[in-house]
Every structure is written in C-alpha cells, then in structure tokens.
Design a protein around this ligand. Structure first.
Ligand SMILES: Cc1cc2nc3c(=O)[nH]c(=O)nc-3n(C[C@H](O)[C@H](O)[C@H](O)COP(=O)(O)O)c2cc1C
Length: 319
C-alpha cells in the first residue's frame, strides 16, 4: 500500500499520462485488466483556466473511470494554481504536474522539462498549486534533466517538491535532450529514491512484467509508471501485479488480442464519435498487433478505413 496524502494505492503501478493515447477508452480497457490508478493526458493549465472548449473533453469523467488523476502542464504559477483548484473541484483523486514534456511548443514558453532548469519558478508553481488545492495529493513527473544526464537537476526539483508538500515524484530516466532514444537510466531513479522521503515512482522502458520487477529491485523505487508498454497491452498491468506477488504472468492468445482490440475500438468510437474514433482506431489496431507478421498490411488497410464497420471487419479477418 502506498500512501499519497489521503489517497492509498493498493498496487505499486499506475498508468503514465500519454497525450492522444490515454483517453477514456484506453483507461476503461486498462482497468478491465487490473489497472488501479489512471491518468488523463497532460492538460494545459492556461487553457483550462480560460475554460477553453477544446480542453473540456480531456477532463471528462465517466462512472467507473476512477481513481483518476489529472495532469497539468504550464509555466505560470497563477494559472497552474487556478487550474489545480478546478481539477480538485471536478473530483479528480490526484493532481500531477508535468515537468517532463520535451516538446518545443511546451518547453519554449518555459513549461514541461524546461522547468528542470528553473528551480525558482518551479518553487513558485509548487507553492501556488499547494495553496489552491485543499485535499487531493499533488505529485510531479519529471525527466532526469534538460541536457545534463547526471540527475542533478531532477534531484534539485524533486527536493523542492518534497519541501513544498507534494506527495510523490515520478522520474522518467531520460533527459529532455534524449527524447525517447537510448535506454532510460534507472540509476538516476535509484539515486533520487535514496534522497527523498516521499514515494518515488520509476518510469521508462517497462515493457514486460520482468522489466517492472527488475526496475523495482534495482532502484528501490516505491512503484512504477507504465507508458508505452501499456499501448495495446493492457495485460501488462495484471502481469506486473502477478510477478510482484510471486506468480507467473500469463500471455494473451491472438484471439484474446483481437477481442480486446475490437472492444477498445468500439469504446473509442462510443466516447470520441465515429470520425475521431476511427482516426484514433488506426493507431490502436497497430498497437495491439505490433510484431505480428502481417501487421504492415493491416495498417495500410486500417489507414484507409473510414467507418467502425470497416474497422471491425478488418480486425475480424486479420490472421
Ligand atoms: C505518445 C506519448 C505521449 C506522451 N504524453 C505525455 C503526457 O501527456 N504527459 C507526460 O507526463 N508524459 C507523457 N509521455 C511520456 C510517458 O508518460 C512516459 O514518461 C515515457 O513514455 C517513458 O515511459 P515508457 O518507457 O513506459 O513509455 C508521453 C509519451 C508518449 C510516447
């Protein structure tokens, strides 16, 4: 059991926020396979504070999709504070702050991973958020550094977060400069775990239950965040639980993958509408059948498909 303020996490695993991936359908499927804590994708604090219409679908909640954390990204302490209060009022169980996004559109104005080099501004953001949030735990997710791979920048920001009363930190073992290349440096995760009192979650390159066990043993981290490993593989969450409890995780059959891919696509269309849902479903189908011999043909057909009916037939016929 991991305590995050008043919130208790029974399993040491949560789903890492991923833009354009971890939407309602994704989270419902993941929960069916044992995921406990899910997150929205990052939400611009500025846009939320301005009640921008395009941001509202990102904070939509449906029954059964809980506990759910929301993640805010931004660089302005005032709008981060205001948006944090809104997230709490909407009933989210946790608020996470994004200090890891590498995208230039985000780092340019000083948000995401750019905050790793601005401890003063980071402190102001933490203070503002903590004064606007009354009950829910606030956490921060960061990379190891902007360009410096030593972990010094992340350690400094993680300590500030702890001092300001945040409940946990998540470390993705890559710098901003690395993007998603190379291997995540789990050594830095271990270093930060040793230096903090609050729970530390490790993140980066967990694709199998064995990877999860290895990361926990190697870093001593309290829990782990699963990003890309969960795309088209909701079985990973239960697999991690079972390996951590000393059991052997089971693998889904090809037919089971087809069944769940179809369910995911139907939910996608139910929640996003057919036009948007079909566009999203193209990548969803590719996630589930990644590594299968005929996936390239499937992808070229799904990329031309424009309706749920066509999408379902393509997946049903896939072998
Ligand atoms: C498509 C995509 C979108 C992402 N969006 C977010 C995001 O909105 N917020 C965030 O904190 N991290 C985001 N990430 C980073 C992941 O949460 C995670 O930290 C990273 O992928 C490393 O973990 P993994 O190796 O388990 O995927 C994103 C990653 C990917 C691949």
């Amino acid at each position: 059991m991991i305590k995050l303020g008043q919130f208790s996490l029974k399993t040491p695993v949560f789903q890492s926020p991923m833009a354009d991936c971890t939407d309602t359908a994704f989270r419902l499927i993941a929960r069916e396979f044992g995921l406990e804590l899910a997150f929205t994708e990052m939400i611009s604090a500025e846009a939320l504070a301005r009640e921008n219409k395009r941001t509202l679908p990102l904070v939509r909640r449906i029954p059964g999709d809980n506990p759910l954390g929301a993640q805010l990204v931004g660089h302005d302490p005032n709008s981060m504070g205001k948006a944090a209060a809104m997230i709490e009022a909407m009933g989210f169980e946790i608020l996470d702050l994004n200090f890891g996004c590498p995208v230039r559109k985000v780092t340019g104005p000083g948000a995401g991973s750019a905050l790793l080099q601005r401890p003063d501004l980071a402190t102001k953001i933490f203070r503002s958020v903590m004064t606007h949030v009354r009950k829910i735990p606030v956490t921060v997710k960061m990379r190891t550094g902007f360009t410096d791979p030593s972990g010094k920048e992340a350690l400094c920001i993680a300590r500030l977060a702890e001092e300001q009363g945040l409940s946990a930190v998540t470390i993705h073992g890559r710098t901003r400069a690395q993007g998603y290349t190379g291997k995540a440096d789990w050594g830095v995760i271990g270093l930060i775990k040793k230096a903090l009192k609050v729970p530390v979650f490790g993140n980066g390159d967990i694709f199998t239950p064995e990877d999860a066990k290895h990361m926990m043993e190697m870093t001593g981290c309290d829990g782990i965040a699963i990003g890309r490993g969960g795309l088209g593989n909701p079985w990973l969450y239960a697999g991690i639980r079972s390996i951590l409890e000393g059991h052997t995780p089971s693998q889904p059959s090809f037919e089971e993958k087809k069944r769940v891919a179809l369910e995911h696509i139907r939910l996608e269309i139910q929640y996003e509408g057919e036009k948007m849902g079909v566009l999203q479903s193209r990548k969803i189908a590719a996630w589930y059948f990644k590594g299968c011999p005929n996936v390239a043909q499937l992808r070229s057909k799904t990329n031309r498909s424009t309706s749920l009916k066509e999408m379902v037939l393509l997946i049903e016929d896939f072998h």
